[in-house]
Design a protein around this ligand. Structure first.
Ligand SMILES: Cc1ncc(COP(=O)(O)O)c(C=O)c1O
Length: 394
């Protein structure tokens, strides 16, 4: 029996990675699994990005890089934020390149949260936020939303949740797990409250380019100087350019916070993989080519989104919003008379269909399905899901 630390004892393993691992293990054992668990695009990284990293590797970019990131990449990220996100004065010293958007989020939280601080986390939330807050010694305070709210908090709800210990609010638009996107007006109202109460905003924008139905994405830091001064914007290359395995995240913050984040990174991971950063640099330097690769991917995602949405809503007992971002749908299954956890377990066991139960995201009664999978898997998965639900009801 080992004497584990409070941190190790307190933290839960990622349930989304666990579902994915279970589905992959069943598949490896020869089962025909319909996997809706994965949080990654099922496309390969665009060829020109791979080639740039290969070249960097051959050219000897195999040594440590500066902890905050390769200077040319930091400059290119600053330029992207100025051009595409409306953060017009962003400079390279405000940018950190980390080993993944996940690590960027953790560093953002560590940089401003001390033991005893409260962080407001809208639920459904991405699985890692509460655990990261815990690891920083903070306390997550949840604001629950339902599908009728479009899974979004209002400025009034935010205001009501603020205490004298509140230091940060986490916004994630487009959202994992719901795919919900805040409008500019909704974000502006929330940001105004944050400014009034001097609360930091962690804006996780990792799905910023995965948008459907003509909706637009907005970065809270672009709203005003005051907003920029309180916002830590996180994104990365994983979801946009199918680079999940490369482990490359970004963070943009006021220079003083970015410097602190750089120090935290220098004492924990050092730098993100050096030659991988040159692949990311190519993605930014050849932006038109990159965006065209994203558009191709989006065409497939959009078709699958509608297939899955229509299929889910056709099943008696399941209700699903038409989400406009990321690659997830988050249907309600409360009416089927069992917990989402039990539903997901039985569904995998009986029908070999992998979904992530809503409990993982602080939203019992719902489940998350990723449509970053093939049309065939969606068709077959819906058929099995329909049979499974008919059996429960029957
Ligand atoms: C909301 C959200 N933020 C951040 C991440 C981190 O992505 P990565 O660490 O692969 O860059 C993910 C990945 O699942 C996510 O869904």
């Amino acid at each position: 029996m080992h004497n584990l630390s409070v941190w190790a004892k307190g933290v839960s393993p990622s349930p989304t990675l666990a579902v994915d691992a279970k589905a992959k293990a069943l598949k490896a054992a020869g089962e025909s699994v319909c996997g809706f668990g994965a949080g990654e695009p099922d496309f390969d990284t665009p060829e020109f990005i791979k080639k740039a990293a290969e070249k960097a590797l051959q050219d000897g970019m195999t040594k440590y890089a500066p902890a905050a990131g390769v200077p040319a990449l930091r400059a290119a990220i600053a330029e992207k934020y100025a051009r595409d996100n409306g953060l017009v004065d962003t400079e390279a010293n405000q940018v950190i390149v980390s080993p993944g958007g996940k690590f960027s989020c953790y560093l953002a939280i560590l940089s401003v949260i001390s033991p005893g601080d409260e962080v407001i986390v809208p639920a459904p939330y991405w699985v890692s936020y509460p655990e990261m807050v815990k690891l920083a010694g903070g306390t997550a305070k949840y604001i629950t939303t339902e599908m009728e709210d479009g899974f979004k908090i209002s400025a009034e709800q935010f205001k009501a949740a603020i205490t004298d210990k509140t230091r940060m609010v986490i916004l994630n638009s487009p959202s994992n797990p719901t795919g919900a996107i805040y409008t500019k007006a909704e974000l502006e109202a929330i940001v105004a409250i944050a400014i009034e109460h001097n609360i930091y905003i962690l804006s996780d924008e990792i799905y910023e380019y995965l948008l459907y139905d003509g909706v637009e994405h907005f970065s809270p830091a672009s709203f005003s100087k005051e907003a920029e001064n309180l916002t830590i914007t996180v994104s990365g290359f994983s979801k946009t350019f199918s680079m999940t395995g490369w482990r490359l995240g970004t963070l943009v913050a006021p220079a003083e916070i970015a410097k602190a984040v750089g120090s935290l990174q220098s004492q924990t991971s050092s730098n993100a993989t050096t030659f991988a950063q040159y692949g990311a640099l190519a993605a930014l330097e050849h932006w038109d080519q990159s965006i065209s690769a994203v558009q191709d991917m989006l065409k497939h995602f959009d078709r699958r989104r509608i297939m899955l949405l229509d299929g889910l809503n056709a099943i008696s007992g399941i209700e699903c919003n038409r989400s406009e971002g990321a690659f997830y749908l988050f249907p309600r299954i409360k009416n089927l008379g069992m917990s989402s956890m039990e539903f997901a377990d039985k569904l995998l066991e009986d029908k070999k269909v992998a979904v992530v139960p809503g409990e993982a995201f602080g939203a019992p009664g719902y489940m998350r399905l990723s449509y970053a999978t093939s049309d065939e898997v969606i068709t077959e998965g819906l058929k099995r899901l329909n049979e499974f639900c008919s059996n429960i009801k029957g």
